[in-house]
Design a protein around this ligand. Structure first.
Ligand code: GLN
Length: 462
């Protein structure tokens, strides 16, 4: 079929999602879809993702559409260039389907902190889809697109993937270029992938990954090759970190993990208990470091260079900054800037920022120690509960932050990790997380594909 026909079909599904008020997209138009499709149809259709529609989180800059990061401060902003991942998708023939709704500047775990309204969970509209890449997760879960890009600073793809019942894949820090990903916490930020299946997510990662001279943190080490799924898991050892299976773990999550552990064993894999004693400090560590980096990165939104400008009465810089930032940023972003500025300020820097850096090192060392004992992969729940009810945590920041307990340790350690749908609890999806040593995405994907074949693929929730 022609890419033009695909663009029409995607447009129908996007309109359907709009009718259901899922609020998953911020910018899309049939006109742009058709135009993009015609460009692809006119070229040689030999790219790896030729004609495949892919949605992009709205913190990934594109020339064709605005990029707002879910924030008023960037309302209407248009980037003069494409992110490296966007150029790579284009070169592989992919169709840019839509820009997706997100928590403002990717700060949040429910996509309720978007300045453009919350995103609805695709099966239960009273629940959240997770966040901050909620819009991308929902478009994949609702069958609108087979894959989408999100971003992770501390779990923002794996967590919504678990809540929505799709695959969420974060690569090693440095595997994918951050050029054109609007900066949040630069030492943590990773463009990451949602797919309906492990092989879809892996195929997209393969296309977007690799060295980029515009991002000094990227490497060309161990390039990814097409997925080679394992027929069984013989010879592989899965570590279950005891800290990730507390006695009060949600019963539905526990059941999903039990099912996954049974599948590992049935496929011939070995399961052993391990310990990651410092993971317990990951949320506290993350919420010092990520806000510190955010406070620095978000200083650029000053009313002069990007997006919104408010004069604030008097004609001086102080009023301009105050009015622009006061009106432009939502409450969670303001909270992060305050937190970050505080932990970086004289007198508190050593006590908070330096200490958090040290604990980050301990968390990373726990993982190295576990892998050094012959563990191939770690297996944990992705989230402590299934998708929670909208409104439940918006006014409880610490409660919201705790939604990331199981995902942010791998972010701090820079490790590749993925979330795989492994069942349901009362109609809501449950995700299991695999964490691999650095640069070991290929074996992680191969093992995940074997588990997926046994546990069954994600269910389409239309
Ligand atoms: N939920 C975490 C936060 O609010 C992680 C966000 C992310 O990964 N972008 O910071």
């Amino acid at each position: 079929m022609s890419v033009r026909a695909i663009a029409r079909a995607v447009g129908d599904r996007l309109r359907d999602a709009d009718r259901r008020n899922l609020n998953a997209t911020l910018h899309w138009s049939q006109e742009l879809l058709d135009q993009e499709a015609d460009r692809i149809d006119a070229g040689p259709l030999d790219g790896r993702l030729a004609g495949i529609p892919i949605a992009l989180k709205d913190n990934i800059v594109t020339v064709e559409q605005p990029t707002t990061c879910g924030s008023r401060i960037l309302e209407g902003y248009r980037s003069p260039y494409n992110a490296t991942v966007v150029d790579r998708l284009r070169a592989s023939g992919a169709l840019n389907a839509a820009k997706t709704n997100m928590d403002e500047f990717a700060m949040g775990s429910s996509t309720e902190h978007s300045a453009f309204g919350r995103v609805l969970h695709p099966t239960d509209p009273t629940r959240v889809p997770g966040g901050s890449s909620g819009g991308s997760a929902v478009l994949v879960a609702a069958g609108v697109v087979p894959a989408a890009l999100g971003s992770e600073t501390g779990g923002s793809v794996r967590q919504p993937a678990a809540f929505c019942g799709v695959v969420g894949l974060k690569a090693s820090y440095g595997r994918v270029s951050r050029y054109g990903l609007v900066a949040f916490g630069s030492s943590l930020d990773c463009v990451s992938v949602f797919g309906r299946t492990v092989s879809d997510a892996g195929a997209v990662l393969e296309v977007i990954s690799g060295y980029d001279s515009r991002d000094v943190s990227t490497h060309d080490r161990a390039p990814l090759t097409p997925l080679d799924p394992l027929a069984d898991l013989r010879g592989l050892t899965f570590g279950l970190p005891r800290e990730y299976f507390p006695p009060d773990l949600h019963a539905g999550v526990r059941a999903g993990l039990d099912r996954t552990i049974a599948a590992v064993r049935a496929l011939g894999g070995k399961v052993v208990e391990v310990s990651l004693p410092h993971s317990h400090h990951a949320v506290a560590t993350y919420y010092v470091l990520a806000p510190a980096e955010a406070a620095a990165n978000l200083a650029r939104y000053d009313g002069v260079r990007f997006g919104v400008r408010r004069e604030g009465g008097a004609h001086d810089l102080t009023h301009l900054y105050r009015a622009t930032r006061g009106e432009g940023f939502g409450p969670e972003v303001r909270r992060r800037i305050l937190l970050g500025t505080y932990v970086l300020s004289a007198g508190y820097y050593e006590a908070y920022y330096t200490k958090a850096q040290q604990v980050r090192g301990l968390i990373a060392r726990d993982f190295q120690a576990a892998f050094a004992t012959g563990i191939d992969l770690l297996l944990t729940p992705t989230t402590p509960t299934p998708a929670f009810v909208a409104g439940e945590k918006v006014d409880d920041p610490v409660g919201m932050y705790l939604a990331d307990v199981f995902v942010c340790p791998a972010s701090l350690a820079g490790l590749p990790a993925l979330s795989l749908p492994v069942g349901e609890s009362e109609g809501l999806p449950i995700g299991a997380q695999l964490i691999a040593p650095n640069w070991e995405e290929a074996p992680m994907l191969a093992a995940a594909a074997a588990l997926e074949a046994t546990l069954g693929p994600a269910r389409e929730v239309r």
